[in-house]
Design a protein around this ligand. Sequence first.
Ligand code: ATP
Length: 933
Amino acid sequence: MGEEELTKEQKLEAARKKFEELKKKNKKGKKKGKNAKKDQSEEPKGEDEADDEDNNKKTSEVPEDQGEILETEDPALDSQESEITPGKAVEEDVKDATDKVISVVKEEEGQEKKESDSKDEALQNEEEVESKENDSEKVIWTTEEEKLNAETKAEPSNETKKDKISSLEDILSNEQGEESTFLTSTLQSSVDLIKAENEKLQEELRKIKAENVDLKLINADLEIELKDSQNCLETEKEKVKRLTQQLRITKVNAPHHVKSSDEDDGVSVLSGTEYLNHTTSIKMLSSSAKDLTKRLIRSKFGLNHQRLNSTANSNKHTRVIGIDLGTTNSAVAIVDPITKKPQILENSQGTRTTPSIVAFTQSGEVFVGEPAKRQWIINPRNTFYATKRLIGRKFDDNEVQKDVKLMPYNIIPSPNGDAWLSTTVGENLTYSPEQIAGFILKEMKNVGEKALDLKEGELKNAVVTVPAYFNDSQRQATKTAGELIGLNVVRVLNEPTAAALAYGLGSNNDGVIAVYDLGGGTFDISILDIEDGVFEVRSTNGDTHLGGEDCDNILIKWILDKFKTNTGVDLNGNMNAIQRVREAAEKAKIELSHVKKTNIDLPFITKTKSISYEITEDELDTMSLALIEKTIAPVKKALSDAEMDKEDIDEIILVGGMTRMPKIRKTVETFFNKKPNTNINPDEAVALGAAIQGAVLSGSVKDVLLLDVTPLTLGIETYGGLFSSLIPRNTTVPCKISQTYSTAVDGQNSIDINVYQGERPLVSDNKLIGKFKLTDIPPLGKGIPKIEVSFDIDADGIIKVSAKDKDTGKVSSITVFGKSGMSKEEVEELIKKSKESTKEDQQKISYLKHVNNLELICFDTEQAMKDWSKFMSEEDVNNIQRHIEIVKNIISDSRKGDLFNVELIRAAQEEMKQETLDVIMRAAKKSKENKGK
Ligand SMILES: Nc1ncnc2c1ncn2[C@@H]1O[C@H](COP(=O)(O)OP(=O)(O)OP(=O)(O)O)[C@@H](O)[C@H]1O
């Protein structure tokens, strides 16, 4: 018998018995019928619902009916019955219900019923009824559990009770079995799932633990590395110091010069090769020390370094604008305090850049920007533009002299020789380029205040950009320009570095970038490493007198020459005409970046003649080729200083209006063999970057660390005209380096500190950028006073040099400014010469060291004579004095450059030793014996 059939049989049997029971109950008491009727008439309910209802009923009705509800022999069944019993169902009610059910069952189980009927004719009617009642219950059962409960309601007869129970148990166990199988399998799969999840979690946990261990290890490693780096740095610093001092050994006694304080007397002279080796070692050690310093900065302070600065400064510099003080155009920007994005502030004309032009009028007005540009044709002598090219330069500077010839305004020498400007109108007839820059800065400050709806004077702080290749005097002049108008220049920032900030901030632009910045007056190239918000300048180079103005000048010359050829009229000297030509030339240059050819039309350039020339892009390219190619040499130098190949550059960023010129883009692309990135606005990037740096300083932008460099090597003059380099070029700023020197002669009570910038070993080949004197040194023996000379370059690249007498604590210092800057040609020339003449330089240095050593011996001999000459014969004394005189003459002639003979120096040194050493030793011995008596 199948499981299904058995269940059915059992159900039928249970239902029949229940029917019998109900009939019996109905005969026993009428009371029960009420409840039964009520229950039967209701809609079928869920088990819980039914239970609740029954319980409620029990509360209200059971006390009266208790004991009558069920007559069961089996207390277990009784208790079940009591909960689900139909109660007082009358026979009619049951029959009604049964009749209703019959029709339903017929519909649903017609076929099944027919088979069942044919089996037993006698029982058919009764069984049919019972079966249908059973089925009727089946219809209203809603759950397996209800079905089970209902089945257990039926009262089994005595003889079948056991079987029924066991059948029910079977059903139960079968159904439970099925359910349990189902539940078991569900549970099993849940368990499996949980197990799998658990394993995953365990795995994750193991990984996290392992990572944690790794992190701890990394942390420990970093700590060790940091300590190692610190130790290494110290050791290497020591090595650098030792080697540097060794190199100074031969710098001896002479007034106005200094020498190392080390116990250098008697140490042998270095050969050229030794010198070379030492300088190479120093270079390597310095660069490794530099790397270590950077690593230390990063690992020790990391981004916090800058953040700390920012926080410390946040109160001081609340709102810091960024100003690009350009040769041709200036721009101002600020970082939005909410979005943290930099934005350009528009001027009152609604333009985003302002011409860097200042004009003085007959009526005493001062125009700045667009209004100044509008009147420059009618007022050329008093309209100053491109004056940034003069800032920090001397009048006799070659570059200045070029401008003197070309510019319509007057450039004159100031009392201290600087290049100044003169007007023909107004109260002040002369202005320094710093003052002109001050007018422009003031205008940019006004633009900022208006755009930000601030009152005049409420914007106090600015980051102002300068070309990276500006020297310290030019930087200082820019700062001064700010001070002149009451603007606190919180940072002087290099233009390409600013552009890199604008490019790299908040983007995933990590990598090595080259910023090629060709503006109106200057060219800069910087190689930067951007990594996680750290902008590290690897090297910088450029030309502070190369830009769009030069291109305009070429075109002006082309127009003027053509006009002269065509008409015989020379427009040179006609300032109004030249100004018109200048304007037309720049316009044509800009147009040719977008079209292949254009016209230069200047009607009535003279009373009777006009200009109308066509010019093509190719013609302009040919004219400006030399100028464009001039930018490549600094690019190569910057790459070599950064110790990189062009292939190492991930991205080339073009900055400055001139980089819109297709020929320039092509030249850059050809050189790098890579398309440059033109996504950033070349006119605005610098101001935007300056604003970012301003926000960093005010603390509103975090996680940005700038590591900029000094563009040129700095040092002082030491004995014999040697250049003692303290800070090599491309050293990360800010930085401070100290070195101890001493006096060169007995009783020397002052020393001159001559500060030079350059790449050559002799000061005469470098640029003097400042000098000062440390006086009141107690008159002691040579080499005894300890004079500490310190170079301090701040983040603006401005140098402070100080000298301190360590014994007395007296300090003298200078902030290097007011000296002329070097032109690109001068720098190039210096670097070229330094490479070309290395051999010659080495010979000179080696010779000077021989001379210095001879001088030391001579000095010691003189000292010995003071102490022991009384123990010598007269003949010996005269002989030694004679030798001292000869040697002094040799030294003097060598110093003057009249003598250059190493052999003679060596011979003199040898002879001096032979003639004096024994005599002096004997005298010293006698002196000792005398003392003993
Ligand atoms: N489309 C163009 N094609 C060629 N040259 C252009 C174009 N647009 C602008 N220039 C030139 O770019 C120069 C101005 O560039 P920019 O404003 O970047 O320089 P600047 O910041 O004033 O100068 P610097 O950075 O040298 O101090 C001008 O010489 C201008 O003629």
